[in-house]
Design a protein around this ligand. Structure first.
Ligand SMILES: [Zn+2]
Length: 264
């Protein structure tokens, strides 16, 4: 038996759909090991669909940018580069043309690369998310191996890359955290007395632990205290937080943020 998987792309309602075969599997007999897709086949299939889909998305995005939005004149071609985007389902190499900006557009930048502008980051958010999530659970090396085991990443993922990406995500979260304040209480005791009792239960767990260096030389040196906690609202998701007070520059803000009700 031969099974072919095709991708149908309907770019526009007025244009005929384009069907392309992206993947073929052969099977002879039915047995547990031949049933359904193998992991390697599933990875190849996902990678093939991804390549087709992204290629089409890139083509459509470029088609939309070919003319000047102000006067309608076609942008003149200057040169082309290749941009490389890492996704959960493969590394995509996309031809990224550089065009001359229309003379009717004021400004000093004379050329632009529409695809590079649309894809300023070269790792998709989902891949960054999974790398950061795995790196929070196991070592960077094990994260890289696990992700490569189940996903068609398309090129070797090294522990160093996972570490750098996880750190970039952490930095982004840090940057999104608001400024530290001396106090986050903006009401006076009389106002707080008048507040209605919130719905129960309210559960906030807080704990601290000391982490000692294995080569601690004195009682004052080679340790730090970690404060960790969890706030469990009556409805919705619990939020966790942790910080090292002597290191963290925004401990109050971090706690304040963890106690905020989730958006929406
Ligand atoms: Zn123009």
């Amino acid at each position: 038996m031969k099974i072919t998987v095709s991708v149908t792309i309907q770019a526009d309602d007025d244009v005929a759909a384009v069907v392309s075969d992206v993947f073929t599997i052969k099977r002879e007999t039915l047995e547990p090991a031949s049933m359904g897709l193998h992991l390697d086949e599933a990875k190849d299939l996902l990678a093939a669909v991804q390549e087709k889909m992204v290629g089409e998305q890139a083509r459509a995005a470029l088609a939309q940018a070919t003319t000047c939005p102000s006067c309608g004149a076609a942008h003149r071609h200057k040169d082309a580069r290749t941009i490389v985007v890492r996704t959960l389902f493969g590394v995509l190499r996309l031809a990224s043309p550089r065009w001359w900006r229309c003379s009717c557009t004021p400004g000093s930048i004379t050329t632009f690369s529409p695809l590079a502008q649309l894809l300023p980051e070269r790792t998709t958010p989902e891949l960054q998310y999974l790398e950061a999530k795995f790196a929070a659970l196991v070592s960077y090396g094990a994260s890289a191996e696990l992700l490569a085991e189940v996903l068609p990443l398309g090129r070797p993922l090294h522990a160093t890359a996972v570490r750098l990406h996880a750190q970039a995500v952490a930095q982004r979260l840090e940057d999104e955290l608001g400024e530290e304040q001396f106090s986050f209480i903006d009401t006076c005791p009389a106002q707080r007395e008048n507040l209605p009792r919130p719905d129960l239960p309210i559960v906030v767990g807080l704990d601290g632990g000391y982490v000692h260096s294995s080569t601690q030389r004195s009682r004052r040196d080679g340790w730090f205290e970690v404060i960790a906690g969890k706030a469990i609202p009556a409805t919705g998701k619990a939020s966790c937080f942790a910080y090292v007070q002597t290191y963290d520059t925004k401990p109050k803000r971090r706690l304040f943020q963890a106690l905020q009700p989730p958006p929406g």
